[in-house]
Design a protein around this ligand. Structure first.
Ligand code: CLF
Ligand code: SF4
Length: 515
């Protein structure tokens, strides 16, 4: 049964009519708690003004925002109270981070200074998250002290917390009192039998629990914490790690359970697993999902509630837009030497300009979408895009460390994920091996949009059946994708090309390392 107050958030999520020509199932699907419309792709027209105000500049809670706004994490929480089989404590918490890089621990005071330094230098940084490197609520004093300090000195920054949920019920009141409006809980199972395959032990109330009992306690605490937060109107995101052969068939049930408890967003992330990480799953050969497996699960859950597809599984000291890492510019030493001038007015003026650019992106997409009105086709294609942000195609092929992937159909265009790759240009020389990695990473894409590309990689991509497109250089991504798609349909209709289903693609594993 749904709780009345939990419904409060759901009732604020309103439906809007689809755009002309749209056959999209997302907008206007069944309501119910947690479901608004088009997943984290939901825009201003899809959400109530109150919810929009709370998510519109949060790069994780709004896919659209992630092209324009940055987040930062501070690594103040080293300890953890559970063990996950995909985690090696040498690295950051894998619930929100990739294994591979260890964050430097900060005191709350150091962290608060770093936040001011980043806020002064990156005015579009709007969110401070605490996500590790252990569990923030296993380190409550450091976590809450940091949030308190930041609230006092940088009141415009949204506070965000990510936890395994074991201690959540204890701290819900404190979270609310501190105005922490966004909380992520990692929930990988609601069935303790499944949980026992993921969590060998937990440490709770000064006692160690193992196996099914440990998983049962953890699950109860997670779901109770989620209910308590949503009753208070706090926006909750649920992260789930998709582990093939362990919980992949169970996550639809998890999705329904968290939806019924009022979760706003569900982020199903791929397991990152390799022997060199030294995790149980890495060592026993449990693999991560392929791109198609992940997308199929996300698609199947999307009818139920908002799905996040733009997560970068970032590290516990990440700084910048999702998909970039500027943490090296803000090391503890550099921050101590910086002149920090936090100026709210400058930040607001910059963000007003960001909003103008963002509105232009949306207007251009909606205008282009009208050209597909009345077009009837079952064809949909994926397009990979090299971008440095701002919603534009503004990166050279050889400089990209990731490609964003968009799905285009007569319903419109939507972001469906990203693929990490090696830089093709390394010191000015293209690498055959990295081209193969790129092809494997975007093998399911029909075209790749880049601002520029050399002859060698162009030929290599064409040979792999992926069309390199640089004629939209510096243009808006979504508008260009729709133009390309309209022309693609015309080429198919005229017999110039055959539309064919493409193969699967790799999800690249390993840490994004700041350069
Ligand atoms: Fe950080 Fe997490 Fe807040 Fe975002 S990250 S605490 S909700 S501000 Fe975002 Fe990074 Fe994915 Fe996390 S992309 S790992 S979902
Ligand atoms: Fe590791 Fe995070 Fe799991 Fe703790 S909650 S064991 S830090 S992945």
């Amino acid at each position: 049964m749904e709780l009345g107050t939990r419904k409060a958030v759901a009732q604020l999520l309103v439906m809007q009519p689809a755009l002309p020509g749209s056959r999209q199932k997302g907008c206007g699907t069944k309501g119910g708690s947690g479901k608004s419309s088009c997943g984290s792709a939901a825009g201003q027209g899809d959400l109530s003004p109150e919810i929009w105000e709370r998510v519109n500049n949060h790069p994780c809670y709004s896919e659209e925002a992630h092209h324009h706004y940055a987040r930062m994490h501070v690594a103040v929480a080293p300890a953890c109270n559970i063990q996950c089989n995909y985690c090696n404590r040498k690295y950051d918490c894998s619930n929100e981070s990739r294994p591979g890089v260890v964050s430097k621990r900060l005191t709350p005071e150091q962290a608060a200074r770093k936040v001011l330094a980043v806020a002064s230098n990156i005015p579009q940084m709007t969110v401070l998250g605490i996500a590790g490197p252990g569990d923030p609520l296993a380190n409550p004093d450091k976590t809450f002290k940091t949030f308190e300090l930041v609230t006092q000195t940088a009141p415009d920054i949204k506070l965000c917390l990510s936890t395994n949920g074991l201690m959540l019920p204890e701290y819900v009141d404190r979270i609310q009192a501190l105005n922490i409006d966004h909380v992520t809980i990692t929930i990988n199972m609601i069935d303790p039998q499944v949980g026992a395959k993921i969590y060998p032990w937990i440490y709770y109330n000064r006692k160690k629990y193992e196996g099914v009992e440990a998983a049962r306690i953890l699950s109860e605490r997670q779901l109770l914490g989620l209910e308590m937060l949503t009753e208070r109107g706090i926006l909750c995101k649920v992260n789930s790690v998709m582990i093939p052969g362990v919980n992949d068939h169970h996550l639809a049930e998890v999705n329904r359970a968290v939806k019924s408890r009022g979760a706003f967003l569900h982020n199903i992330m791929p397991l990152i697993s390799a022997p060199e990480h030294g995790t149980v799953f890495g060592l026993n050969g449990t693999r991560g999902p392929t791109a198609q497996e992940l997308k199929a699960l996300q698609d199947s859950c999307e009818g139920e509630m908002n799905m996040m597809r733009h997560c970068r599984q970032c590290r516990a000291d990440a700084v910048g837009l999702l998909g970039e890492d500027r943490s090296n510019e803000f090391t503890a030493e550099k921050v101590m030497e910086m002149d920090v001038h936090y100026d709210l007015e400058i930040r607001q003026a910059y963000q007003a300009d960001v909003e103008r650019q963002r509105a232009a992106v949306v207007a251009a997409r909606n205008e282009e979408l009208k050209t597909l009105a009345g077009t009837d086709s079952n064809i949909s294609i994926l397009i990979a895009v090299a971008t440095k942000g701002g919603g534009r195609i503004n990166q050279h092929f050889g400089h990209a460390k990731e490609f964003q992937v968009y799905e285009v159909s007569t319903s419109g265009v939507k972001f469906v994920g990203h693929r990490r790759v090696d830089n093709y240009c390394q010191g000015g020389f293209g690498e055959e091996e990295s081209l193969e990695t790129v092809v494997r990473a975007i093998n399911d894409c029909t075209a790749i949009f880049i601002s520029r590309i050399g002859n060698c990689p162009r030929e290599g991509l064409l040979k792999a059946g992926i069309e390199p497109v640089d004629r939209f250089a510096l243009e808006y991504i979504e508008q260009s994708a729709l133009t390309y798609f309209r022309e693609y349909l015309e080429r198919v209709r005229s017999g110039e090309i055959d539309h064919r289903l493409r193969g699967d693609a790799d999800i690249r594993q390993g840490a994004l390392i700041a350069t």
